[in-house]
Ligand binder design. Structure first.
Ligand code: GCU
Length: 693
């Protein structure tokens, strides 16, 4: 019993009941054929690999296949005549769709594009075969759309099998060994291909002793995973320890400028490519939270990253070097050190020094995946570096897959942010790059061996949305949710147009939108206010503990006292972090008048009576949002009751249980936060609601 997520068999009925032609060579074209054949075996259609003298409903063809059947050739000619060279290629991983004279056509220059085109037809459902449409080109904005698994091979004594995993064990590893059962991994690969993810890294960025061996002695385990992912166009990457030359190679040093160290990495990497010819590359967390790195040898991060990049370069591999570097042993008494500044302080001076196959992987915010942070200023500071933006699909700080928190609206905001002002490029443009040469989008995966993949069945939408936004960052999150709902739950896409079915579909769609569309903001309302962040329980990071991190070495403080709250990160009187942004935003954040309300406490320490743009005071805003947010959680629970009978009963029951926990936890947040700030400030709620003293 694994839930089919967004690929239930019924989603393939429109294809499976028709006549399909698949033309072209290569492994991924075979996958396209196999997918269509499986659907046809179930629903009575036919699929052919060679043109016969008969009509087809669907043609899926590589542009290199010759001769193309008439209708497909017409579509290609039409596309070329309207675009003209040099834009008249469809491009890597892209596809062209059209429906002309009763034939639905998908054309692609490469087989990956054909596979994504097939899933496009799946998404369209019956509409793919009923509505005429002109040629339409689809191509990914992000060249690499990658998921990082924080999976451990061994069970880690504190972090377990999956670090920050909320969906059971690992898909790949169990108790120190590969799981062996790769059928689940194959299903995962299909799901990822259906939302166009094309790379994954299979182990935790914190590389412990056993996991370090994946690079050498246990490379076969990685190769077995790569074999299963390959037919779905997904390449495998590996998190490696910077200290490997010492711990695995028994060299006296891992100094990046040492000849023996360079040779060690070159040899090891060559062996990796002998075993996995399409290996993607290395992911490295260095000099961060105790992981080894170049600082031990007096070298910088460019020296470190370039060492690995040099070894990978002959094989076309890349190194994802993470910018999540800060002092996690800070003295809380020291007000001059600001964790938010750290990544920019470390990396901005290195712009231009990284080799071409280094991708600097930058968390979207300057701190750590909080429900609300400004966009990291590093993203605007490194024009001469390939830069990937890292999102956290796993809900470490957004409810741990016990709370409904649809993250696409947050990601869409991040990707659409324009660091240089309204006329400059957006974050999506930086990560996408000019002509697709950016570093792409990386997400920390939220899946495990849970039957629903993601623990909370509704958290599947986050995984789906990650892939869709990496492909097309300007897509409306509500439209992505519609796709996900149609594929996952409803017969609408499969042609069941009976009025009763249509009505039920619409009801369910409405309920899910009501619960999910605004769920990120709901979560924000009942947790840390106004962008201040980190009021979670230390360690596991679930539930409220306002001062939990206040006197710790982690650099995550809110500085609440009897008069006010927030972190002064201005240039004028604070840590100067606001100065790390280009002028357009630096000035906005610096100014108490102009700083957006939702980031006010990230940038400013203000009195409780400070009046927001909304007209409310800070203290009243805290009370109002917390009562509202916890109330919205209750309302979500009530709405979900209405979905009984519209979804599978066991899925309904699982979500019902989780919503009960969300309601409990949201109430706890509301009570701790309101009481805490009432006690600090002595200011009553102007609306007289009950606050414990
Ligand atoms: C967070 C998370 C850690 C993780 C780290 C990282 O701090 O709590 O578990 O290792 O991010 O991104 O490296």
């Amino acid at each position: 019993g694994t839930h089919p997520a967004w690929l239930p068999p019924e989603a393939f009925r429109p294809i499976g009941s028709r006549r399909t032609l698949v033309l072209g060579d290569g492994l991924l074209t075979e996958t396209v054929h196999d997918e269509a054949a499986r659907a046809c075996a179930r629903y009575g259609g036919h699929v052919h690999r060679h043109t016969r003298n008969e009509p087809y409903d669907l043609v899926l063809a590589l542009t290199t296949a010759e001769p193309l059947p008439g209708p497909a050739q017409t579509v290609l000619d039409e596309f070329r005549s309207t675009t003209g060279p040099p834009a008249n290629t469809i491009g890597g991983e892209g596809y062209l769709t059209a429906r002309r004279h009763g034939v639905t056509t998908v054309l692609a220059d490469d087989a990956a594009g054909l596979l994504y085109g097939l899933f496009h037809v799946v998404r369209l459902g019956e509409r793919a075969f009923t509505e005429e449409r002109p040629p339409e080109r689809h191509a990914p904005t992000m060249r690499r759309r990658m998921l990082d698994h924080w999976d451990n091979v061994d069970i880690h004594p504190v972090m377990g099998q999956v670090e920050r995993g909320y969906a059971g064990g690992s898909l790949f590893w169990r108790d120190g060994a590969p799981r062996g059962d790769l059928a689940r991994v194959r299903d995962y690969a299909r799901l990822l291909a259906a939302c166009a993810v094309n790379a994954i890294s299979v182990n935790n960025v914190n590389v412990h002793a056993t996991e370090a061996l994946l690079l050498t002695d246990r490379l076969g385990d990685v190769a077995a995973i790569a074999d299963v992912l390959r037919p779905y166009g997904i390449r495998v990457h590996l998190s490696v320890s910077f200290a490997s030359p010492v711990t695995l190679g028994r060299l006296p040093s891992a100094d990046p400028l040492d000849e023996d160290v360079r040779k060690w990495w070159a040899d090891v990497t060559e062996r990796v490519y002998d075993t996995i010819p399409d290996f993607g590359g290395y992911v490295v967390k260095a000099d961060s939270e105790g992981q080894p790195g170049p600082f031990a040898y007096g070298r910088d991060h460019a020296d470190g990253a370039n060492l690995l990049a040099e070894a990978l370069e002959p094989f076309g591999g890349v190194v994802h070097w993470r910018a999540f570097v800060y002092n996690h042993r800070q003295d809380w008494r020291d007000r001059s050190t600001d964790r938010a500044r750290a990544a920019h302080d470390h990396f901005a001076p290195l712009d231009g020094r990284f080799r071409d196959n280094v991708i600097l992987q930058v968390k979207h915010g300057p701190i750590d995946f909080q429900a609300r942070e400004p966009v990291s200023p590093v993203i605007a500071a490194m024009p001469a570096t390939h830069l990937a933006v890292e999102l956290q699909v796993t809900q470490e700080y957004t409810g741990q897959q016990r709370h409904v928190c649809y993250l696409a609206p947050m990601w869409r905001e991040v990707l659409g942010f324009r660091p240089w002002g309204p006329d400059g490029p957006a974050v999506a443009d930086v990560a996408g790059g000019v002509s697709g040469n950016g570093g792409g989008l990386v997400g920390v995966s939220n899946v495990g061996d849970d039957p629903y993949w993601t623990g909370h069945p509704l958290a599947q939408a986050n995984l789906y949305a990650f892939g869709r936004l990496a492909w097309a960052p300007w897509t409306d999150p509500a439209a992505i949710l519609d796709e996900w709902i149609d594929l996952t739950f409803t017969p609408a896409a499969t042609g069941d147009t009976e009025p009763a079915a249509t009505r039920e579909t619409e009801r369910l769609r409405h309920i899910l939108h009501t619960i999910m569309d605004d769920s990120w903001r709901t979560y924000e309302r009942y947790t840390a206010p106004l962008g201040v962040g980190f009021m979670v329980r230390p360690g596991h990071h679930y539930g409220p503990d306002v001062d939990g991190y206040e006197y710790t070495p982690w650099g995550t403080y809110h500085f609440a006292d009897r008069d006010g709250v927030g972190v002064d990160r201005t240039r004028a009187t604070g840590t100067g972090f606001s100065g790390q942004y280009p002028p357009a935003w630096s000035e906005v954040y610096e100014s108490l008048d102009r700083c957006p309300d939702d980031l006010l406490l990230f940038f400013h320490h203000v009195p409780y009576g400070h009046v927001l743009h909304s007209g409310s005071t800070v203290i009243q805003h805290i009370y109002d949002t917390h009562f509202a947010g916890a109330g919205q959680a209750v309302e979500a629970g009530r709405r979900w009751e209405e979905a009984a009978g519209l979804v599978d009963p066991s899925l309904h029951a699982r979500v019902t249980d989780l919503l009960a926990e969300q309601i409990r936890c949201a109430g706890e947040w509301r009570d701790q936060i309101t009481t805490y700030f009432f006690r600090k400030s002595g200011k009553p709620d102007t609306r007289g609601r009950h606050i414990s003293r």
